[in-house]
Design a protein around this ligand. Sequence first.
Ligand code: PLP
Length: 402
Amino acid sequence: MTARKIYLDNSASTRVDDEVVQAMLPYFSEHYGNGSSTHQFGQHAKQAIEDARQQVALLLNAAPAEITFLSGGTESDNLAIKGIAAAYTERTQRKGHLITSQFEHPAVLTTCGVLEKEGWRVTYLPVYQAGLVRTEDVQAALTDDTALISIMHANNEIGTIQPLQEIAALIQTRREAGQKHLYLHTDAVQSVGKIPVDVKTLGVDLLTFTAHKLHGPKGIGALFVRKGVRLVSQMHGGHHERDRRAGTESVPLIAGLGKTAELARLHLTERAEHTRRLRDALETGLFDRLSGLSRNGDEHQRVPHIANLNFEHVEGEGLQISLDLKGVAVSTGSACSSGSQEPSHVLMALGLPRDNSYGSLRFSFSKDNTQEDVDYVLEILPAVVEKLRKLSPRLKLQATGR
Ligand SMILES: Cc1ncc(COP(=O)(O)O)c(C=O)c1O
């Protein structure tokens, strides 16, 4: 074991900023009122919630009334997809059609699967070797009863950025031709705070994000719902969050999310440049030092903080454990699927052979990483890879000519 601790798994979760912690603390102890109460304690809490809503709206270029707070990315994806589907069924008395991609996060894929069991038709678009949805495939999949297209903004394992603006333009054309209730949802959990995310420029109707991927607390996120879009609430109870999400608001977490959004907006460019510099230094250094290395997904159309690399003839899980023993935290798949024996559904969707999917690692950076972190990984990783390759049964077979 080693005292060294290098965290390169920031796409799984990030360290909460000290300023964010400070912003939350008073709402645990001093201002503990319920945001729905009319007395001063309640009004203080209410004010904190509305201040945070303003900050999130500013980050996304939305209106505060378009932001709903809920427990995170998973709930936000669920509400967007099920809420739009239920509104469609209420309007038409029918089940319709959904379009998504093969490499969405399980929060989207599983939700679509549930609706499929209930009678919805779902098209899962291919993403090809580059890890990019093609607009012509969206166009070909659209039908008169398509209610929702849900395509992630940036993929959580390989970081590729999807052509949302082009998809939004397709939707606009269909709306003008009379298909008024066709909407675009995006899971932007891995892009908000990493690249500019402007709901108007992207042309999305619904957008999901969560605080813990950008130095905020776990258990809090938001759903942007463009003004005029109706969805049916999936949580029943009091009249919180404009009847979109019942349940007493978690004021400390919401205050934390507000501060997280403010810091993400103010430091967006510098954080993006910092992570890009480190990510590129790692990639360049590894390509210089190792053979049998390739990048998963498009090199250019991707967020600046993720590198997903394939190490030929190495088992990713073994590599990850060896790095962990040397104090370096990375991941083989997404946090939700790591530990599973199945290869990553994202890498399989790229059409990689099963072996390559097993031999891949995701390195994900944040503002807290340093050049020293990269230097250390470059110092130790090549030797670890070579050692594991020597143990590889496949290479042994090749060496003995079998
Ligand atoms: C793309 C994506 N969507 C959704 C989620 C789920 O977010 P949360 O952990 O807040 O439920 C994650 C987190 O891993 C993610 O990466």
